[in-house]
Ligand binder design. Structure first.
Ligand code: DGL
Length: 290
């Protein structure tokens, strides 16, 4: 009797070796880097494509039909180019609107990022918390439904900021805005009414954690800040499993793709490189009156 060296013999059922996934992390700009960092920690073996639709930025200013069409078009192009095994939509403004369309249109899993209203309600002692997001995200039915379902016993302060995402972009591009401007933009997050103070701020735009260090220093009183990125990374591993042991990705296995060349200056390139994205490609997709 010879030795059976073929996997799948009668003695041991054949199990396909786990394959290394390609994970596409997508946002309108650099905000999704806050999610990318956590997902990369959770799956250091994976290949990553970080895609920033900077030609469409800011998504918070687009109408719902325009945003839905834009994300669909960009996603079609990126999926055709990179064949990801999973897509992380690291953008609340997009996720709260387009996830069902994307799931229906493409045959790959999508993981979204939506306001952390349930955790905020659970964490708040004063039962008074803030959802800080883009004006589009705070206006979404999706957000209102989450509040109704999970925070009916709380005073929920919805703050739609017009400028914070751009402040975060400026921060990474080496042009931080002055403290006074940042303080004024975050001021509506802090409410004191009838002896109750906001004690939790749910950062519901992936750009905002890029400003968290400064926001903590400028806050009028200490609060708990929720950055949803670690929870999204956990969701990724739930869905696609733990890292493949023994696969060390090469330097070129994490690439950044931008949809426009404008604004890709040396400071931003350095910031991307420091975050494990040394190579940037531009896949021109101008926003045409969408
Ligand atoms: N980073 C995006 C989010 O999480 C939005 C920024 C924008 O307005 O484009 O909502």
């Amino acid at each position: 009797m010879g030795f059976d060296l073929v996997a799948g013999s009668a003695h041991r059922p054949y199990a396909a070796p786990p394959s290394v996934p390609t994970i596409l992390v997508f946002d309108s700009g650099v905000g999704g880097l806050t999610v990318f960092r956590e997902v990369q920690k959770a799956r250091p073996d994976a290949r990553f494509v970080y895609a920033a639709d900077n030609a469409g930025f800011p998504y918070g200013a687009l109408s719902e039909p325009a945003l839905a069409a834009r994300v669909q078009a960009v996603m079609e192009r990126l999926i055709a180019l990179h064949a990801p095994s999973v897509v992380v939509v690291a953008c609340n403004t997009a996720s709260t609107l387009v996830l069902p369309h994307l799931r229906a249109a493409f045959d790959i899993p999508f993981i979204g990022t939506v306001p952390a209203i349930k955790p905020a309600a659970a964490m708040s002692f004063s039962k008074s918390f803030t959802v800080l997001a883009t004006p589009a995200t705070v206006a979404r039915d999706y957000t209102r439904d989450l509040i109704e379902a999970y925070a009916a016993d709380c005073r929920v302060n919805l703050v739609g900021s017009r400028r914070l995402a751009a402040f975060a972009e400026a921060e990474l591009a080496g042009r931080p805005v002055p403290d006074a401007e940042l303080r004024a933009e975050m001021a509506p997050c802090f409410v004191e009414e009838a002896g109750r103070r906001t004690d939790v701020v749910a950062l519901s735009c992936t750009h905002y954690p890029l400003l968290l260090g400064r926001m903590k220093l400028l806050a009028p009183w200490p609060v708990m800040w929720i950055d949803p990125a670690p929870a999204i990374a956990r969701r990724v591993t739930q869905l696609i499993g733990p890292p493949v042991v023994g696969h060390e990705p090469g330097e070129d296995e994490a690439v950044a793709v931008f949809t426009g060349a404008t604004g890709l200056g040396p400071d931003l390139r350095r910031a991307l490189s420091d975050r494990g994205l040394p190579g940037i490609t531009v896949e021109e997709m101008p926003l045409r009156g969408e």
